[in-house]
Design a protein around this ligand. Structure first.
Ligand SMILES: Nc1ncnc2c1ncn2[C@@H]1O[C@H](COP(=O)(O)OP(=O)(O)O)[C@@H](O)[C@H]1O
Ligand SMILES: [Mg+2]
Length: 361
């Protein structure tokens, strides 16, 4: 299948500063792709190049098979939704949404139909005569979205569109946006620094760091199989261990952790075959993959430690355990199914399945 947006080895320098470093991405028709990364990693610059507000220093951007790298924004069938809404304050909602259609000189009746439909899509039927100042932040953002989809662009670009909203409204809008995207079938490229937002909404996530893409994959992929330390650390909460490969077979390795018991990892040969005896590696294990007990289990990994702290977070118990080498490990267990503790400083075992450790090179 032909991709809707294709970035080929795209670079962007601002004088000496390299903001985007050799990015290649294929976004499929109808896909919801998120660029995720910390502030300053190059997300907005990448989006602005796709929109046509910046030119790449080198590389190519294709929209539906056509090279648009140096075309003006209005020559691309792409719309952008910004965090700050960018509505025209002196125009009512109808005229805000109709603006682009009027420039295109569409017949009046058609404009009216399209605006009415767009308002209904964002559940603001009946708001057309209001002015932006008479709307709440969430409503303004809905109007900005209605304006962006009213002429059915091939691609919608969204730069932290929910960033200015409070948490509850943001969660609600995440679902609405995702639903809207499914219904319209428009390709979305969404920018956020919020990993939870990215995991909730995206078909695929491109994790960016210092102008580069560290990993592209489905939310499951990115969460369960991080390829780099940066990705493991940035997405969700994790326990990172450093170790040395001690024994090695096709689908299983034994790893010695400094001053701790050996642990084992079972994985596909494709992921383990690159490793050699004596290699120094990192291993990540998600806190929710671990369980506390008072026992060493034969067919699982076990580390022993002392309970430092336990806090109740919503439906989970988060327990911090200190190993004898001083390292702190976080264990998240469902509150309904947690080891009852007799007190702090108690000696406990942390157990997890051999399959639940992920090797990071
Ligand atoms: N117009 C510009 N001139 C100079 N440097 C810029 C410009 N725009 C962005 N940058 C720099 O490029 C880097 C990436 O910025 P940006 O794409 O805005 O990051 P993000 O959206 O991920 O926070 C940052 O270091 C930023 O300071
Ligand atoms: Mg930005």
């Amino acid at each position: 299948m032909e991709s809707m947006i294709k970035l080929k080895n795209v670079n962007k320098y601002f004088t000496e500063h390299k903001a985007v470093n050799n990015i290649s991405i294929d976004v499929m028709q109808g896909e919801f792709l998120t660029l995720l990364g910390p502030s300053g990693c190059g997300k907005t610059t990448t989006l602005r190049m796709i929109a046509g507000f910046e030119e790449p220093t080198s590389g190519q951007i294709l929209l539906d098979g056509v090279d648009v790298s140096f075309k003006h924004p209005y020559e691309r069938d792409v719309n952008t939704v910004f965090q700050n809404y960018a509505l025209f304050p002196n125009m009512n909602i109808f005229n805000n949404i109709a603006f682009g259609l009027k420039i295109k000189k569409l017949p009046k009746k058609e404009i009216e139909d399209k605006v009415t439909k767009a308002l209904s899509l964002v559940q603001l039927d009946g708001y057309k005569d209001r002015y932006p100042s008479q709307l709440s932040g969430g409503q303004k953002q809905r109007i900005a979205i209605a304006r962006a989809v009213v002429n059915s662009p091939k691609v919608l670009l969204l730069d932290e569109p929910l960033g200015a909203l409070d948490l509850k409204l943001r969660k609600q809008m995440q679902f609405e946006l995702k639903h809207l995207q499914r219904r319209l079938g428009i390709t979305f490229i969404y920018v956020t620094h919020d990993q939870e937002e990215a995991l909730t909404m995206s078909d695929r996530i491109a994790v960016m760091n210092q102008g580069e893409i560290e990993q592209i994959g489905t939310p499951d992929d990115i969460y369960d199989r991080p390829k780099t330390k940066f990705v493991a650390d940035f997405i969700g909460e994790t326990n990172l261990f450093e170790g040395v490969v001690k024994e090695h077979s096709n689908h299983k390795i034994k790893v010695s952790l400094e001053d701790e018991q050996d642990i084992e990892i079972i994985d596909d040969p494709s992921n383990l075959s690159k490793l050699k005896h004596g290699d120094k590696i990192y291993i990540t294990i998600r806190p929710e993959r671990m369980k506390l007990s008072y026992n060493t289990e034969k067919e699982k990994n076990t580390l022993e430690g002392k309970v430092k702290e336990r806090i109740f977070v919503g439906s989970i118990n988060k327990t911090v355990v200190i190993l004898s080498n001083g390292k702190e490990v976080i264990v998240n267990e469902p509150a309904v199914n947690t080891l009852k503790l007799n007190g702090y400083d108690e000696e406990v075992c942390i157990n997890w399945e051999f399959e639940d450790g992920v090797v990071i090179s």
